[in-house]
Each structure stands twice: as C-alpha cells, then as structure tokens.
Design a protein around this ligand. Structure first.
Ligand code: SF4
Length: 138
C-alpha cells in the first residue's frame, strides 16, 4: 500500500522520469512502475507528506509542508470526489480521473506548479481518458 497526497495522484500521470534528485526519481519511478504494472495496488490518501515526499532532497527548499501545496491537494481531491483517509485501488483512482477531469483542468488545479508548463501532466490526463493508464517511463 502506498500513502499518497492529493496532487501526487496527478503528478504520477505526467511523470516522465524527471524529479528533484536521483533518490527522488528512483523512488518515484518505483511507485509509478508498480502502479502501472499493478493497478490493483492499494493507495491510502493522506494529508501532507507522503511516500514521494519522503525522498524530497534535504538540499534546497522543502516545500512539502507549504500551505499552497496543502491547498493544491485539497482542490484536487475535491475535484476527484475523493477525501483524505480514503483507501482505494489505483485503478479506482484512474476511474475518478476519467470521470471528473479533462486535460485543461491541470491549468486551474495546479496553477502554482512550476512543472505545469511542460505540458506532460495534461498529456497524462488525456492518456488516462483514452484508457491507456500510466505511460511507461524509459
Ligand atoms: S502540474 Fe505540477 S502538481 Fe500538477 S500534476 Fe503536474 S507536476 Fe503535479
């Protein structure tokens, strides 16, 4: 079971192997690949730092406890009709994304994120809507 916060549900869709450090990327790749290969995997929705934040590098500014990030989690969970404390399978999270999102929603729910301009998260939502699941990271 993985503990994930709201906005990371969408970050996983746009994940292409980029991240804050080698350790962060290795961890995120493992989580991503596991969910991709096993959509039955359980996910617990948590408030605040999660399984991905654990590997946020100690160098640089730690933003995982910032109000703006908590707010982004809340906006995204609300958008998906999900709540903190809920445990569900990854495939059920995919269902919520397919039901409740369109790619352009990234522009509003993630408006303060610096990764947004790459366009990969919108691509990830689009691929989810097409039933493709998580894209393989090379
Ligand atoms: S725009 Fe930022 S917060 Fe939103 S899904 Fe992409 S990486 Fe995550």
């Amino acid at each position: 079971m993985y503990k994930l916060r709201g906005h990371h549900l969408l970050c996983l869709l746009g994940y292409r192997g980029m991240g804050y450090s080698k350790e962060y990327v290795e961890n995120m790749t493992l989580v991503h690949q596991t969910l991709r290969e096993n959509p039955e995997k359980w996910v617990l929705l948590v408030k605040g730092p999660d399984h991905l934040c654990e590997k946020f590098p100690h160098t640089g500014e730690y933003h995982c406890q910032n109000d703006i990030i908590y707010k982004r989690d809340a906006v995204i969970l609300r958008k998906l009709g999900l709540r903190i404390g809920q445990m569900l399978r990854w495939k059920d999270i995919e269902f919520h994304i397919q039901r409740d999102m369109v790619p352009a929603d990234i522009q509003s729910v993630c408006d303060s994120c610096s990764w947004r301009s790459y366009g990969v998260c919108e691509e990830g939502v689009q691929e989810m809507l097409e039933g493709k699941g998580l894209r393989e990271v090379q």
